[in-house]
Design a protein around this ligand. Structure first.
Ligand code: NBX
Length: 826
């Protein structure tokens, strides 16, 4: 199904032309950056034809549309992925070779569009890929941050945040759509007016500041099916250009204010994951993209439909966590104030249009906004939430007469705060968690009261990942090998990958499988040498923990265990020990001091261990700078061991765990999040499970009784490791890691000693690590285990997840797109 435009000669000519028109240069004179732009524009040309065909097909077939509302889309690079999904990667690679251009070098020119923090943002990107590939009409709705996730530099072992000016050179895969601009209003007040004609009150919002929202569309290319969906991200601009007009009229101050408001809103992505920032600007960002997206959705609907009361038949808004929850009130506002519906009709439509996904139970991540701030910034929206709350409380009273505890726990507005999760649950027709265990915890603990009152809303949708980016693109050798053995169906139906199971005892196949892993390890070793100046042995076990830095994810447990192993080797130099490379990659939120200290600790341990010749290179520790989607693809492909060691109950799902599994790395992990389901698929014997269960942790949390000091006092080896944090072993500044040390013990500086049960799980973790070593030493056994992880990963495709969302929540119609050129030929 190779496209005509990818006829090699036409393609080459187009690239040359683009270099000429864009840069007035000959191909030989062009820089890598210019070549990247020229090639990308050629590719975009082809995509645009499919994009138009898709739009025509949607217009003809009028399918229901899902609007995936998300503050974050962590897309990763587009060029290689688009080529693969167009089915043109091979041809283009050859054509480029003929022009003397290396496709890998070209792909490396692309900045990672990093409009997200971590799992939640990357999940949104995987979902868009699956929606397009499965042929469903979908928009991603988000913000075009001028600065995405910061670039992380490591200087003297510390994280330094550098702004990510990803748009500086111009991003070739976006299309500015000023014709779809919308206005968004902030501040002001609401005037109530009695309308004689209808006998109803009218609510008029006045005295507001207006910002213009301008959409930029990015194409989302489905896999070899001609479908191109849209990620629509909004830029902000002042309504009136700042100019002499306003200056003359004495409106100078107002004009500057509008300009600044607009600039600020989309300036930067908040770099927190699993923590609410509580900043006014963040609330503005939320309303800005929600309002613009909903206006656009309604405008689109009304172009071809008359009855706004049937909106839910063609439109569904999925809220990616509570960040876009004002969608509920914004939709109510538009339906009532602009479309003229009464409350009951508007509520009937709204509650059939919005659905909510929860991604965390961490208390500090739950969004609560002070009513003072909320009502000042969004007076009309706030008024509507007040009314939703008033009516909901009456419902609670009717259901639980006299039970005021229930109201206190369930109200949307209480203690001077708007609780966004409560609003999302009350208005949403579906509430889902992201892994089975997580959904059960929501139902039985965190959201128990809501589950009891409205059980029909709750459902689970275990996360997934796209095999197209994380295997087909990231691990091209393995992908080709798999296709050689079982055919290409796995690319769009990952359940097919189970056909690899027949090779689990085939020595030749296992040998080939492990050879590919070895090549990938060599590639990563080269990257590490170039970026860290550290030589690592690709024969050693590559033990990898890459994810955001957070205490609950327990990178600290990992590095303390490294220290423990280091002590063991020094104490018993004769002891058998299989060489290990511990690889870390993690960004810490810029304001999260302890997380940043843990990065420093990892780097300090790396310095000592890597340079201690007495251990003969048995342990190497590497911290990969600026972990992001592009280097993640390479890291997953090269991993032997997947560290998924969160405190049980804290990791809602995890998705990195699935990427490792897909690439043949067994999980070393706790029974948390989706690890539970991974073990279910691959079998206990093909994973390394340790630690307390979610029930045990929750039980300690509810009833106390956990005492890290007891462990410290009774386990000399653990005590030694902790002492080394403060005795100068890893830093001459003995105070440097004092806070980390204190956080683990009942010292005067610590309120909740070892909140994440690091000491509690330490011994169990160390034993599991021993089992890893023993298993790895048995080459055949390990190869089988690795292959079975890949073979059993079928469930964890985001294609499966999306199909479940479609079947249970969205009820979308499948669409087929034929190319207009092909249609014409027929
Ligand atoms: O969402 C993550 C969870 O921690 C993972 O367990 C899960 O697999 C993933 C996808 O469902 N949550 C997450 O990434 N949250 C954020 O990034 C976040 C960002 C901003 C914010 C709160 C959370 N205010």
């Amino acid at each position: 199904m190779i496209d005509k435009q990818f006829d090699k000669e036409t393609f080459k000519k187009s690239v040359k032309d683009n270099v000429k028109f864009l840069y007035r240069r000959k191909l030989e004179e062009a820089t890598q950056e210019q070549l990247f732009q020229a090639v990308s524009y050629t590719v975009k040309d082809v995509i645009i034809d499919n994009w138009l065909d898709t739009q025509n097909a949607y217009e003809a077939q009028d399918p229901k549309i899902v609007y995936y509302m998300s503050m974050e889309f962590l897309m990763g690079r587009a060029l290689g992925n688009n080529l693969l999904n167009l089915g043109a990667y091979g041809e283009v690679k050859e054509a480029l070779e003929e022009l003397g251009i290396d496709i890998n070098a070209l792909e490396d020119q692309e900045p990672d569009p990093a409009l997200g923090n971590g799992g939640l943002g990357r999940l949104a990107a995987c979902f868009l890929d699956s929606l397009a590939t499965l042929g469903y009409s979908a928009y991603g709705c988000g913000i075009r941050y001028r600065y995405g996730m910061f670039k992380q530099e490591i200087r003297d072992g510390y994280q330094v945040e550098v702004p990510d000016a990803w748009l500086e050179e111009g991003y070739p895969f976006e299309l500015r759509r000023p014709e779809y601009a919308k206005e968004v209003h902030f501040g002001g007040y609401v005037r109530v007016e009695y309308d004689q004609a209808t006998g109803q009150n009218k609510f008029i919002h006045e005295g507001y500041q207006a910002v213009k929202a301008i959409p930029y569309d990015m194409p989302i290319v489905g896999y070899e099916n001609n479908v191109v969906n849209t990620l629509r991200i909004w830029d902000a601009a002042a309504i009136e250009e700042f100019g002499f007009d306003s200056f003359d009229k004495g409106d100078y101050k107002k004009a500057v204010e509008q300009e600044n408001l607009a600039k600020d809103i989309v300036n930067v992505l908040y770099p927190n994951d699993n923590k609410m920032s509580g900043k006014e600007l963040r609330l503005k960002q939320q309303y800005f993209f929600v309002s613009a997206s909903i206006q656009a959705a309604i405008e689109k609907y009304k172009k071809t439909h008359d009855d706004i009361k049937k909106l839910h038949e063609k439109v569904v808004f999925q809220m990616n966590d509570t960040h876009p929850t004002m969608a509920v009130a914004e939709l109510m506002r538009i339906l009532m104030d602009q479309e003229g519906l009464g409350w009951d009709d508007a509520w009937a439509v709204t509650t059939k249009c919005v659905a909510y996904t929860n991604h965390t139970i961490m208390a500090e991540a739950l969004e609560k906004w002070p009513i003072e701030l909320f009502s000042r910034l969004l007076p009309r929206v706030y008024q509507i939430i007040e009314e939703i709350n008033r009516r909901f409380i009456i419902e609670v009273q009717n259901r639980y007469p006299g039970n005021y505890e229930k109201i206190k726990k369930m109200a949307i507005i209480y203690d001077g705060q708007v609780k966004m999760a409560h609003l999302a649950i009350v208005a949403g027709f579906s509430v889902n968690g992201v892994a089975r265990l997580h959904t059960e915890i929501l139902k039985n603990q965190e959201l128990k009261d809501f589950y009891e009152m409205m059980p029909e809303k709750f459902n689970n949708k275990t996360n997934g990942i796209t095999q197209r980016r994380f295997l087909l693109h990231g691990n091209q050798n393995l992908a080709a090998w798999i296709t050689d053995h079982i055919g290409p169906d796995w690319i769009t139906d990952l359940s097919q990958i189970s056909k690899l199971k027949v090779y689990a005892d085939d020595e030749k196949a296992l040998q080939e499988f492990m050879n590919i892993k070895f090549q990938n390890k060599q590639r990563l070793a080269k990257y590490i040498l170039e970026h860290n100046g550290v030589e690592v042995d690709p024969h050693s076990i590559f033990d990898v923990q890459v994810k955001r830095l957070h205490e609950y994810k327990r990178q600290l447990l990992n590095i303390l265990h490294v220290i423990y192993l280091y002590n063991q080797i020094k104490l018993h130099p004769e002891m058998e020990f299989y060489p290990r490379t511990f690889i870390f990659g993690a960004k810490a939120s810029a304001a999260y001091e302890r997380a940043k200290k843990i990065i420093k600790l990892i780097n300090c341990v790396a310095d000592v261990v890597n340079n201690d010749s007495s251990i003969n290179g048995k342990i190497k520790v590497v911290f990969i700078e600026n972990y992001r989607v592009s280097n993640a693809e390479m890291i997953f492909a090269a991993a032997d061991v997947s560290e998924q060691i969160s405190t049980a109950s804290k990791e809602a799902s995890g998705t990195g765990n699935m990427k490792f599994m897909l690439n043949g790395a067994p999980t070393l992990g706790t029974m948390d999040g989706a690890n539970v389901e991974i073990v279910e698929e691959v079998g206990q014997e093909n994973a390394f499970i340790f630690g307390m269960s979610a029930d045990q942790i929750i039980n300690y949390e509810n009833h106390g009784g956990y005492d890290p000091d007891f462990i410290y006092n009774t386990d000399a080896e653990i005590r030694q490791v902790l002492m080394q944090l403060i005795n100068g072993t890893f830093s001459s500044d003995t105070e440097l890691f004092r806070d980390i040390y204190d956080s683990l013990l009942n010292t005067k500086n610590c309120s909740r000693a070892d909140q994440y049960f690091i000491l509690g799980d330490f011994r169990s973790y160390a034993e599991a690590q021993k089992r890893v070593e023993a298993a790895y030493k048995d080459e055949k056994k390990w190869a089988k285990m690795a292959l079975l992880n890949t073979a059993c990963s079928g469930k964890f495709s985001s294609d499966r997840t999306i199909q479940e969302y479609v079947d249970d929540i969205w009820h979308l119609d499948k669409v087929t797109v034929t190319k207009s050129s092909e249609a014409a030929e027929k």
